[in-house]
Design a protein around this ligand. Sequence first.
Ligand SMILES: *[C@@H]1O[C@H](CO)[C@@H](O)[C@H](O)[C@H]1NC(C)=O
Length: 450
Amino acid sequence: MMTLLLAWASICLTIIWAPSNWLWSFTTAHGLLVSLVSMYLIFNLDSELFIVDNLSGPLAMLSCWLFPLTLLASQPKMYFEPMFRQRVFIANATLLQVFTLLAFMSSDLMMFFFFFETSLIPTMIIIARWGAQDVRLDASNYFSLYTILGAVPLISILLVAYSTLGMLKPSPELPLMMWTTTFPYPTFLWFILNTAFLVKLPLYGLHLWLPKAHVEAPIEGSMVLAATLLKLGGYGMLRTSTLLQVPLYHTALLCMVFALLGIMITAFLCYRLTDLKALIAVSSVSHMNLVVVAALLHTPWSFSGATAMMIAHGLTSSALFCLANTLYERTNNRTIIILRGALVIFPLAGAWWLVVVLFNMGFPPTPSFIAETLIFTSLFHWSKIGFFIVCLALLFTTGYSLYMLASTMRGPFPLHIKVPLPFIIREQLLLVLHIVPVIFLMIYPSLIFF
Ligand SMILES: *[C@@H]1O[C@H](CO)[C@@H](O)[C@H](O)[C@H]1NC(C)=O
């Protein structure tokens, strides 16, 4: 564990001493090296405090893998800032990644809570400091307010629990949840814990901060938010679902109804959005609500479905944000109708869009298809009506994915783009690095299905 932390800390040296014109190349290369090393270390972890198992392993790997990609993506926007601010930005990005990584690996609920909440600070700094417009301050306020509203009850109940029951030794069988079986009010505990997670996930109805934060955040923020921060909530839900027992079903049922309707409503809402980044954000709400459903169903199949869904969605939505960002950098616009016709200028981008959109809508061999199948099967067993609603939502998802593809790629030659810069190698590489792991998971799915 110490090696892992030292590996991440070594990035600071590069940040401070890398020569100015090599800063981004050096940090990206170093980041890639560190993420590969930490993937190796995660596989062979020997630590009392940190535990990696079938659920947290893939998520920890995802957050490692994403780090060099975020640096790769945020390069052009940061390039014109003063040198010192570029270094500060990379430091903040690194810190954010370390916090999410440690949150996924924590074995103790209090420790998880600590990292879960500290990841808020760098995210807020990144949104508020490097976002695009003035509204970014509102967005970061929304984001922190929602998170804190969920977190305050959680920390109170954790303090009560830890002071009455004391600290227990972490056990690999029930990471995070050692003492919960002895806690007197499991229903109450489940409710409070999950309020915080459902805000982060976010459940439909508590999701208002997400489109705002995504739209205003710089590309780095959007990628991390979509790929790992939302998954912290999903991870927490899956872990705490060991608390779900028979007397809890009424509380959980309400949640289930919101999640099921949320999947459909958000998928439907996507047709009405004119802002490309908001569309991708709302579509992530739809996908993440499926994870809520899976966690509440609490069956082995729905569990592996939810893990796979989180990994697949993490890679896909991050790739979608990168694609949206490439268009944004060329046109300075996020409105779908203005972005149309891109296929004529960027033929290869059309191929990337097609692949990523197919991943997003769960085209058969992709991991999200397998995940959806697993979750749908469990849901069918639980309720036929729920199954019907989710199937309708699936139709809408396919519809808006194709709408997104057609409306950005097709159409007449866009005359308003003055200098249509071609896709450069950095951008191609960025997309390849997103797509390759998904293809790898198609070939070798046992990495995320257990
Ligand atoms: C993150 O950014 C803020 C604001 O720009 C800065 O004050 C702070 O030092 C940065 N954090 C790190 C670890 O560099």
